[in-house]
Write a protein that binds this ligand. Structure first.
Ligand code: WT7
Length: 654
């Protein structure tokens, strides 16, 4: 985690370079001032840059904690991302410049992408998908992922993208929760030279997904040995994408959607064992995505924008697909790992495609730092003009390395704070306006109202506290799919009697200049390599193993990943601790949830430290995991438990 002492002593400041500022979309505080004076007017102005079928009658209908934006308005997201660019000079502009991990390449112009989307929209219709139906997308990072999302948007189907690294069980649970009718997957994807067996995983998941009627399989056989013959296709249920597309008509009128119709569901981890289906709607989401992409990344006609996130995460939704395409930008998409086949793959991609804006995660930057400057130095990175960071706090050291060795000390860095729930960036520098400080996300964007609050809800002007968004914003989540109560409880019940205050789950610090420093989660949610993992999810997986009686999971500081998963496990009678069992449990979690949740450490313990009321004291476990002096132990039911654990931990470390 970010070291507060380091942040407190950070005094370096980087004003926007003069030549960047000169050409930037936003270069004075006027926008902030007018947005603060009248946020509703501000958002209405932002919304006007989209194409609406029918205008809205009310900008905001706020019945805390439920918001409706642009009520009465209708629009179509695919039309905004594609059709409206086809009449002008963007028609033949590259929309997606894609590279597969094995080195295969494809470029789709706006014209070609629009055609593909219309044809696939017809395919979905032919499979019985109607407005409001849910469609699962479980694909590698290939252009068809964007095509599938946009095709859903075009006909008003609700997509639920599941990251290709998730297990069959994770896919199953998400498909069942949303009652998906169709799943779109591929014969495989490439990761570090290995094939991820997505179709096989899908088959396994669908053994227990009665709602799914059809599976569309994209052939991703580029350089690999997979062919049609190797894939088990179930008669009547499974269909090859390329075959369906052969006969699909390419005319498909966009469905006019109500601004508040659901655009997608995206599952994310919370503090229980069950992931939450975050619901985003059409109008407000696109207003937030399009306006923030334009402002924060200063998107211009000639830019080549590379957001390295997978479509399985919100970053991939908002800044790989919807935000940039709504702006008519050229997006780079790369399927694979940054160190495949060599550790210079990213820099090779930047140079080859002339990337001008690079948006990636601190965990990647720390890995690049560790791998050494010789890798970026091999390539000409002079096309870059702006860098971005997202997903976790970026330590000043990594920020400086990014600035010097990737940005050539000339590119502003935008450290963007946001969440799956916020739909788009909330706190970030505007690169032509804001002086940056390494490690600080700086200030809220125009139109957002963010405050630091105490546990009791008192505002804190400077110092540390809980991060709250105090006014609704267009791209905010609307609910949790099928569980509005959980929506109210998780996000709008932190401060009694104040259902208007959004609780982000993050701790933050505000300095004397009004700059924000995000300190990380204050709930039982981990951030491992920029990915959100609920401690309860991992615990639930562990206790399903026959040897495990009880499990407690905490985060542990990790040099590259930010945090790693550390599990404390008590065994059932008749089971003995062993390194083989430790390995088995690590693998078990990876199988249950996905490799990203695999614990780095599994500690066996005769007992877990609990309060007298039986609550596991994770705080003490964190102290043990970090090798820190133990905090207050006076509320422990049995103080001996932690001593035994500490000894055991010292053994296992040694
Ligand atoms: C959590 C949200 C939306 C981006 C991808 C992650 C952490 C995100 C930053 C940042 C410090 C950050 C927070 C947040 N986070 N960006 N710039 N600085 N922390 O989305 O999976 O919904 O996770 O990521 O802890 O709550 P997510």
């Amino acid at each position: 985690m970010t070291d507060i002492a380091v942040l407190l002593s950070e005094t370096r400041s980087f004003p926007p370079p003069a030549d960047f500022q000169r050409q930037a979309h936003v270069r004075d505080r006027g926008l902030h001032d007018s947005a603060t004076a009248d946020p509703i007017h501000y958002w209405a102005e932002q919304a006007k840059s989209l194409t609406w079928r029918t205008p809205w009658t009310q900008v905001l209908d706020w019945q805390p904690p439920h918001a409706k934006w642009f009520t009465g308005g209708t629009l179509n997201v695919a039309e905004n991302c594609l059709d409206r660019h086809l009449a002008g000079p963007r028609r033949n502009k590259a929309a997606i410049v894609w590279e597969g991990e094995p080195g295969d390449r494809r470029t789709l112009t706006y014209w070609e992408l629009a055609r593909e989307v219309r044809a696939f929209a017809n395919v979905l219709k032919s499979l019985g998908v109607r407005k409001g139906d849910r469609v699962g997308i479980y694909l590698p990072l290939i252009p068809e992922a964007a095509v599938a999302m946009l095709a859903c948007a075009r006909i008003g189907a609700i997509h639920s993208v599941v990251f290709g690294g998730f297990s069959p069980e994770s896919l199953r649970d998400r498909m069942n929760d949303a009652q998906a009718k169709v799943v779109i997957t591929a014969d495989g994807g490439y990761r570090r030279g290995q094939i991820v067996p997505l179709k096989r995983n899908t088959d396994k998941a669908l053994e227990e997904c009665p709602s799914v009627q059809h599976v569309v399989v994209v052939q991703r056989r580029a350089a690999g040995p997979i062919t049609e013959a190797h894939v088990d296709m179930r008669e009547g249920r499974d269909h090859w994408y390329h075959r369906l597309m052969q006969h699909a008509p390419d005319a498909c009128a966009p469905e006019p959607m109500d601004a508040e119709d659901v655009l997608f569901i995206l599952y994310t981890s919370g503090t229980t064992g069950k992931p939450k289906g975050i619901v985003h709607t059409t109008g407000g989401y696109l207003v937030g995505a399009a306006s923030s992409a334009r402002m924060v990344f200063d998107l211009k006609e000639e830019d080549v924008f590379w957001c390295t996130a997978d479509v399985g995460w919100i970053t991939g939704h908002t800044y790989l697909v919807y935000g940039p395409l709504a702006n008519g930008a050229t997006c780079v998409m790369y399927e694979g790992a940054p160190d495949w086949p060599e550790r210079d793959r990213f820099w090779q991609l930047v140079a080859r495609h002339g990337v001008t804006i690079l948006y990636t995660a601190p965990t990647a930057i720390r890995a690049f730092m560790k791998w050494g400057v010789e890798h970026p130095r091999k390539h000409d990175l002079s096309s870059l003009r702006l860098l971005g960071s997202v997903g976790e706090p970026i330590n000043p050291e990594a920020w400086m390395w990014y600035h010097e060795h990737i940005g050539g000390a000339r590119c502003p860095i935008v450290d963007t704070w946001w969440q799956t729930e916020t739909g788009g960036i909330v706190i970030s520098p505007l690169p032509g306006l804001t002086a940056t400080k390494p490690g600080s996300a700086t200030q809220p964007l125009p139109g957002y109202s963010v405050q630091l609050l105490t546990q009791q809800g008192e505002p804190i002007p400077t110092g540390g506290g809980l991060l709250s968004i105090t006014r609704p914003w267009p791209s905010m989540l609307r609910t949790i799919w099928g569980d509005d109560r959980r929506y109210v409880e998780t996000y709008f019940s932190k401060w009694a009697g104040r259902p208007d205050l959004y609780f982000a789950g993050d701790g933050a610090k505000r300095d004397e200049d009004g700059y924000w420093w995000i300190l990380g989660r204050v709930d039982d949610v981990l951030n491992v390599a920029g990915h959100r993992i609920g401690t309860m999810e991992v615990e639930s997986a562990l206790v399903e193993h026959p040897a495990v009686a009880e499990a407690a999971v905490v985060g542990k500081t990790h040099e590259l990943k930010g945090q790693s998963v550390c599990a404390f496990v008590t065994l059932r009678d008749g089971h003995q601790k062993s390194s083989a069992l430790r390995e088995e449990l690590r693998e078990f979690v990876a199988q249950k949830i996905g490799a990203l949740a695999r614990p780095d450490d599994v500690l066996f313990s005769a007992d877990l430290p609990k309060t007298r009321s039986g609550k596991i004291m994770r705080r003490l476990l964190r102290d043990i995991a970090e090798g820190r002096a133990l905090g207050d132990t006076t509320t422990l039911a049995d103080p001996n438990v932690v001593n035994a654990l500490k000894e055991q931990y010292a053994d296992s470390e040694g």
